[in-house]
Design a protein around this ligand. Sequence first.
Ligand code: 13P
Length: 256
Amino acid sequence: MSSRKKLIAGNWKMNKTSSDAVALVQEIVAAIGKQTDVDVVVCPPFTSLESVGKALDGSVVKLGAQNVHPEPSGAYTGETSVGMLRALFSSYVIIGHSERRTYFQESDGFINQKVLAALKGQLKPILCVGETLGQRESGQTLRVVQTQLEGGLEGVSKDQLTSVVVAYEPVWAIGTGKVATTEQAQEVHAFIRSLLAKTFGDAMAEKVRILYGGSMKPANAPELLGQKDIDGGLIGGASLESRSFVDLVKAAASSR
Ligand code: 13P
């Protein structure tokens, strides 16, 4: 049994107006109550961070953002800084999601700058890594994941690593209904932990939570969450409805 507390994070992507977001989070908070067995995070769009943050006040559910810019301020039209997110009581930020890598050409170097800025500003990065279908089929999965992980964590200190969450999201499993098998997921999760151990030492690597993301649903979660190195989930579609999201939190609680 792992000493790592499970983490279930909802990535709402570009969904929900501010009032829809508040309604969803109120349902989640009411259903989750004061449980502390699992860490729970919701990551609404920027436009709902303030209203959702207020609705979360006094609850155990934490707030996360979906992106951040590495610079503290300045002429970066359309961007949002770590300080701005902290001022809205965000605790986490998703960095390097495959949708940002693909549609906004984010490189490992840029992602690394965001990770370092987040850590400097006391925001916990959820660093996403994962291969495309073509990369998996041509046997490149581990190489791709290694490049993204090492690139993203360049210059991160041992002390800072305890604030880092890694999410393995095979691109072919995102929003497709095609979930990785438990063996496929566990293999990559164990590989990620072995890479962390090489750089930061075994004891530090054992503390890092590695989430699985990609079509995780209440039906497939128990098996995935039962794997040794799968410490939670980064949930897209199933986080947009309170029932399925809360069921995922319950699955994580019973897989401890
Ligand atoms: P789905 O759960 O919709 O496949 O999305 C996963 C994801 O991209 C979470 O960041």
